[in-house]
Design a protein around this ligand. Structure first.
Ligand code: ADP
Ligand code: MG
Length: 690
């Protein structure tokens, strides 16, 4: 290919032959077999083989449009053909040559017409007369160009012989899967007798091979991370006997739900094990994760260790500090550490000396100046807001402390096994008693007036409301117009009632003042950006309006909605939307149809597809190219079990020398090497073989 095309491909991340080989078709079109032109029918795409006759350029009034017209002729007759903007085709008038044309047949003034078909010399056909792979565009390089490029690659490289295998032969045999090279060959160049339906449904052995291989590599990496943690013994002892259990039973001001009880048992069992706890606690909004964290912390504190609790926003840290101090403060000294908390120096000194036993805070906790005397348990709330790096920084403030991370964005089980595969997972799948599900309405913007009239009536009746506006951040600058607009509207509608505003750029004390006033009922409506998304607990708020709902992700909408209906009174959430794309429409449909966070998360994964798995990017894991979740759940389970079996045979020395290779190499662009097909790092190939 020429340098311009190579640049375009590089721009799209395709630098080497290896990159191209892993650029897989999205779907396939069955263009096998040619049709006599006399059999052409309107409305179908078909392949024809014949001579091109009477080709001529036609001038049009529009400068940007040029036409070529002519005929394709075979023994059965001739069919008019028209091409747009391909003037060079008039050179192909060699009367004797046979061409293969593939394209749609449309009704025209004079009968039928073949419109803008691909046009190739017979015998060289890449686009027609075969099962044609349809590639996802790579930047400027479209599917047809990619088909031609990959065809060139396959002519020069013998994939089955030259692509290094990554899955042990034993496992390929177990599932009767082809080698990596054979699989890639079959996907780029399906044989003439291949099953198109199976190809399009990703059911071919070639697809299965890639899906399994990718998931296996990921699972091996995750299992290694976990094994490495478990290879080192915990550094502090726990007594988790009846005395502790009696103490823990006295702390909650309400009976625990069954799910809370079960998770507590899982955590206590972890603390009694010989290696540190690494546990993810997932539970829908309002499922009561805080009390579980409080009890885990109490266990650590009662055993003489310190605890740290980190939350993503100051507001949330404040709220948690207040409730943890209420639950644990009588027994243990608890301090708040945030960027703006006064007296930070003294509190840090108290933590370093061990006088303070529990620190609650924001990122301020991971600052270098923060030291603990003996940090035994780290809890991270809304963990998807943090990166793995931050979680590890906090852990390093102690000597291999236990870790409990919590998330209110329920993680589909398929994802829990990929992005969070190094963590054990506990689930709160039960809400505390007495909640009624929030009612959800999805309303187009033209009916906004009606929504706001109802809002006013609700406020007059004494209810409290959030109005959420999107805040768009572009190139570092914040476009506050949407927020200001919404605020003006709300103030006008609610004339006579006090209205507050909160957003991320508001100085913390002001933000906090507004939220306090809202919680206390002095402010009846709060106009807000998504700063209120996580954790905020104002049980008496019942109404929520979400403006420009199409701009929010499904998980985010669910989080927002979780702010209402937290008390005894039923909640209502009205999502107002502008123009909808197809995906946005599907998102809002799902949003309205269910309030079950787990279902939402699982379906959200379906909507967003594999390239955009929640949290995987933060977690530093490769994004999946071939596998799709949750559809490929079965292969995921097999890959996990096989990875464990494989690693079960490893000895400890191999483990401690491992530095996380596959995690990095799997997503790194391959660099130029002697062979264009070599894996970027030998580890990604040999590592899998153990
Ligand atoms: P989340 O899981 O979203 O963090 P919280 O821990 O904030 O949920 O709990 C939500 C609300 O439910 C809080 O007001 C909390 O006091 C209350 N709650 C939690 N567990 C129970 C329970 N077992 N019985 C009654 N109320 C509970
Ligand atoms: Mg919470």
């Amino acid at each position: 290919m020429g340098p311009a095309r190579a640049r375009d491909l590089a721009h799209a991340g395709l630098h080497t032959v290896r990159d191209l080989i892993f650029h897989l078709p999205l779907r396939y079109e069955d263009r096998r077999g040619t049709l006599p032109v006399a059999a052409a029918a309107a409305g179908v795409s078909a392949t024809f083989r014949g001579r091109l006759v009477g080709l001529r350029r036609i001038r049009t009034r529009r400068r940007s449009l040029s036409l070529v017209r002519g005929f394709v002729e075979d023994a059965s007759g001739r069919l008019p053909v028209v091409w747009f903007n391909r003037p060079y085709l008039t050179d192909r008038t060699d009367r004797s040559d046979q061409f293969v044309l593939h394209g749609p047949v449309r009704p025209a003034k004079s009968g039928l017409e073949l419109v803008n078909p691909s046009c190739e010399r017979a015998g060289e056909a890449v686009h027609g007369d075969r099962i044609a792979p349809v590639y996802p565009a790579a930047g400027k390089v479209g599917p047809a160009a990619l088909r031609r490029i990959l065809d060139g690659v396959l002519r020069q490289v013998d994939l089955p012989r030259e692509v290094p295998e990554t899955v042990p032969a034993e496992l390929l045999q177990r599932y009767d899967l082809p080698s990596l090279g054979e699989a890639l060959e079959a996907l780029h160049h399906p044989g003439a007798d291949a099953d198109v339906e199976a190809l399009n449904e990703r059911r071919t052995p070639a697809h299965q091979r890639l899906i399994y291989g990718e998931l296996l590599e990921l699972q091996v990496a995750l299992a290694l991370l976990r094994l490495r943690e478990e290879a080192e013994p915990r550094t502090r002892r726990y007594r988790t006997g009846p005395r502790l259990r009696k103490l823990l039973a006295e702390i909650p001001p309400f009976p625990l739900t069954g799910a809370q009880e079960r998770v507590m048992q899982e955590i206590l069992a972890d603390l009694a094990r010989p290696h540190p706890m690494l546990r993810l606690l997932q539970g829908d909004v309002g499922s009561g994760k805080t009390i579980v964290a409080a009890l885990a912390l109490a266990a650590a504190l009662e055993n003489g260790h310190q605890g740290a609790f980190m939350a993503p926003t100051e507001l949330l840290a404040e709220q948690h500090h207040a409730s943890l101090a209420r639950l644990l403060g009588d027994r243990w000294r608890t301090v708040l550490l945030t960027g703006s908390a006064a007296d930070a120096g003294r509190r840090r000194a108290e933590l370093a000396s061990g006088e303070a036993r529990l620190a609650v805070g924001t990122h301020a906790l991971i600052q270098q100046t923060v030291e603990f005397q003996d940090l035994g348990l780290v809890v991270i709330d809304e963990q998807h807001r943090f990166g793995v790096a931050q979680r590890e920084l906090l852990r390093r403030k102690g000597d291999r402390p236990d870790l409990l991370v919590m998330t209110a964005t329920p993680i589909p089980r398929s994802l829990a096994m990929t992005a969070y595969g190094d963590l054990a997972v506990s689930t709160l799948d039960e809400l505390p008693p007495g909640r009624t599900p929030v009612r959800t309405e999805v309303v187009p913007a033209r009916r906004r007036g009606e929504v706001y009239r109802r809002l006013r009536a609700a406020i007059e009746a004494g209810e409290r409301a959030y109005v959420v506006a999107p805040l768009i951040e572009e190139s570092g600058k914040i476009d506050a117009a949407s927020l200001a607009e919404v605020e003006a509207r709300v103030r006008e509608v609610l004339t006579g009632f006090p209205v507050g505003t909160v957003h991320g750029r508001l100085p913390f004390p002001e933000r906090e003042r507004a939220l306090r006033a809202f919680a206390a009922g002095e402010i009846r409506a709060l106009v807000a950006t998504t700063v209120i998304e996580v954790g905020l607990d104002v049980p008496s708020a019942t109404w929520m309006v979400i403006e420009s709902a199409e701009r929010f992700g499904l998980a985010q909408l669910h989080q927002l909605r979780g702010r209402v209906g937290r008390g005894a009174a039923p909640g209502l959430c009205v999502a107002i939307h502008g123009k909808l794309s197809d995906t946005a429409r599907r998102r809002l449909e799902i949003f309205a149809a269910t309030t079950d966070g787990f279902e939402i998360a699982e379906r959200d994964l379906g909507v967003r597809g594999p390239g955009d798995l929640l949290g995987t990017r933060q977690a530093g894991l490769p994004s999946l190219k071939a596998a799709r979740l949750p559809a490929d759940w079965g292969w995921l389970v097999r890959a996990r079990d096989d990875a464990r079996e494989m690693l079960g045979r490893l000895d400890a020395a191999a483990l401690t020398s491992w530095r996380g290779g596959p995690l990095r190499s799997a997503s790194a662009p391959s660099s130029a090497r002697s062979s264009p097909l070599r894996s970027p790092s030998p580890r990604s190939g040999e590592g899998a073989r153990g």
